[in-house]
Design a protein around this ligand. Structure first.
Ligand code: CU
Length: 121
C-alpha cells in the first residue's frame, strides 16, 4: 500500500519532467558564440538562454532554424534575436531535425568570426 502511494506521488513528477524544457545557455561576446556548436534534440522543448556578456550589442541570427522550429516564443524577429550588451533573452521552442547556420548579422561581426552551428538530432 505504501509503495502504491509512493508511486502515485511520483508519477505526476515523472510526466512533468518530460514536459519541462531543457535550458541551454549560449553566450554572445565579441566575436564568439559559446558554445559555437549548439546540440539539441529534435522534438524536445528547449529554452535558449542567450546571454550577451559584452558591452556592445549582438544578435543570434538563425532564420532557417527558427522557421523550422515549432512553438517559438520570445523576442525573435525576422529569424533573429537582438541582445543588447549585458542583457539576456529567453527563447522557448521545439527544434526540428537539421543542421542550421548561426551568425551575428551586426556589421562585420560575421567577418570577425561570430558564427556557429545548431545541430538538431
Ligand atoms: Cu555580434
Amino acid at each position: 500500500m505504501r509503495a502504491l502511494l509512493l508511486l502515485a506521488c511520483l508519477l505526476p513528477t515523472v510526466a512533468l519532467a518530460q514536459d519541462v524544457p531543457r535550458r541551454v545557455e549560449v553566450r554572445l561576446s565579441s566575436f564568439d558564440f559559446t558554445p559555437s556548436t549548439i546540440r539539441l534534440t529534435a522534438g524536445r522543448p528547449v529554452v535558449l538562454h542567450l546571454v550577451n556578456s559584452g558591452d556592445g550589442g549582438h544578435n543570434f541570427a538563425a532564420p532557417e532554424f527558427f522557421a523550422a522550429a515549432r512553438g517559438v516564443s520570445g523576442p525573435v524577429e525576422r529569424g533573429r534575436v537582438e541582445v543588447a550588451g549585458g542583457q539576456s533573452a529567453d527563447i522557448r521552442l521545439t527544434p526540428a531535425r537539421g543542421t542550421y547556420r548561426l551568425r551575428c548579422t551586426h556589421t562585420l561581426h560575421t567577418a570577425f568570426g561570430m558564427t556557429g552551428e545548431i545541430v538538431v538530432e
